[in-house]
Design a protein around this ligand. Structure first.
Ligand code: GCO
Length: 478
């Protein structure tokens, strides 16, 4: 029996984010973002690396788009830097910033590459953090909608796929619980309050989009790591359910159902950390016009948990984990994270689990009944540039091949998957791990001795992916 093929218009693509590739952090009228400031605090990032230059995509986007065309990409997901459009977050529009993305979008379209635009990928204007504490103030809702509307009005004639907030769970947990992203707070009450405001901003932007007749689809992208129980002991199964509710359903349910899961809400109330929800909030969040058209899924790995009666703390696992620093973590009374002996790990100790992607697609599809756009998936690894400028990343090919098989299996299961934009197209800045952690199909030479010019070299995986795209997922290589 033959497997169902990938849909004819499946969006085979790749992805990036403004801060991780653009550089030119003070050019083109750009304002400063919270990341431009945060990376300057000693000890926050690997060897103090920052995105001041990144891979200089701002000046080399034409070269990058040419490479995308060479790979045969059908789609490219990138984010817009809010600070290029509104240097202060609100107020006057910066025409130069608008023009940069206008040119990029036109160049993509000229090469028949579908632009998938992320509106917010973590680089909040510093001015809004200073003015009213960013996500902690409801004033951000109007500013975010105004920014999103500016993008819809300027690019909506050409952009058909919009991602509102990227990995809200990650930027909230790292920013307000683990203090590893700006604004570097450790306060769960403030985190859940800020997160609720982000939910209102997300819902308002989606509602605006739906009410004003723009053509296309819009939804958030979420870093979903499905959770397994360590074994069949009922207490561990319950712990896995706790983790799934707290880590994932708490965040995603709000997008689609407009309410938080009872169990988590109750758990928060007992500790006095539940966000305040007004009658108006409820009406907005439950309005179907504020619900997404698809769920964006960033899938890297699964988690495994056991019951937690020893009170192991730390609110969440550090998902940008630095090599060798994974420590015991969990949520007291709910679950603790444990090792999964069935899974191998990446150079950064992330679990490698292609079947987990099929499971993620099933869970999202059955819980939310929405099509899924896989907005990220990929392998962060150390790569070696050979003397002849080749990069033999067979480990990445293997990783991606197994994940493409899992997507194919999900499609064969009857699930609706719109596309796959791998992380990432070129190598780029890892927020906390510098430039040594490489994800791209295209190697960027940042070695000061050999290449100050940030030369681009396609890796073996580049040619492999080209083949996959050309055959619409039929030819996955050996
Ligand atoms: C890293 C991370 C990022 C994220 C991406 C999330 O190493 O910094 O892997 O690259 O995956 O920005 O959307």
């Amino acid at each position: 029996q033959q497997m169902k093929p990938f849909p004819k218009n499946f969006l085979w693509g790749s992805a990036s984010a403004a801060y991780q590739i653009e550089g030119a952090y003070r050019e083109g009228g750009k304002g400063l973002s919270v990341w431009d400031q945060f990376v300057r605090i000693p000890g926050k990032t690997f060897k103090g690396t920052n995105g001041d230059v990144a891979v200089d995509h701002y000046h080399r986007y034409r070269e990058d788009v040419d490479l995308m065309a060479k790979a045969g990409l059908k789609a490219y997901r990138f984010s817009i830097a809010w600070t290029r459009i509104f240097p202060n977050g609100n107020g006057e529009v910066n025409q130069e910033g608008l023009k940069f993305y206008d040119d990029l979008i036109n160049d993509l379209i000229a090469h028949q590459i579908e632009p998938v635009v992320t509106i917010y990928h973590w680089d909040l204007p510093q001015a809004l953090q200073d003015e009213y504490q960013g996500w902690e103030s409801r004033r951000i809702i109007a500013d975010f909608v105004n920014y999103a509307k500016t993008l819809f009005d300027n690019y909506g004639d050409r952009v058909k796929y919009w991602v509102t907030l990227n990995e809200q769970n990650v930027f909230m947990q790292h920013g307000y619980s683990m203090a590893s992203h700006p604004p570097a707070v450790t306060d769960p009450k403030r985190m859940y309050a800020a997160n609720h405001i982000a939910n209102l901003a997300n819902a308002s932007a989606i509602k605006y989009f739906h009410e004003h007749g723009y053509q296309g689809q819009i939804g958030p992208s979420f870093a979903y790591s499905p959770i397994y129980a360590v074994d069949a002991a009922p207490e561990n199964q319950l712990a896995a359910d706790n983790a799934e509710q707290l880590n994932s359903y708490y965040w995603m349910d709000m997008y689609v159902f407009g309410h938080y899961p009872t169990i988590v809400r109750n758990w928060q109330e007992k500790q006095g950390i539940a966000p305040e929800i007004t009658v108006e909030d409820q009406a907005l969040l439950e309005n179907p016009l504020s619900h997404p058209d698809f769920m964006g899924l960033n899938y890297y790995q699964t988690g495994t948990v056991a019951k937690n009666d020893t009170g192991v703390g730390a609110a969440a696992e550090n998902t940008s984990g630095k090599k060798g620093t994974i420590k015991e973590s969990g949520v007291p009374g709910m679950f603790k994270n444990v090792k999964n002996d069935y899974l191998q790990k990446t150079d950064w100790d992330w679990n490698i689990d292609p079947v987990g992607l099929q499971i993620a697609l099933r869970r999202i599809n059955s819980r939310y009944n929405l099509p899924v756009l896989i907005t990220e998936n990929g392998l962060g690894a150390f790569d070696t540039l050979e003397a002849d400028h080749e990069i033999h990343d067979d480990y990445r090919i293997h990783f991606l091949r197994e994940h493409v098989k899992a997507i194919h299996a999900a499609i064969d299961d009857g699930l609706q998957v719109i596309g796959y934009t791998t992380w990432s197209f070129t190598d780029l800045l890892s927020w906390l791990n510098g430039y040594q952690k490489r994800y791209g199909f295209v190697y960027v030479d940042r070695d000061e001795k050999s290449a100050k010019d940030l030369a681009r070299y396609p890796k073996d995986s580049f040619y492999w992916y080209k083949q996959v795209i050309a055959s619409n997922g039929e030819d996955l290589g050996a």
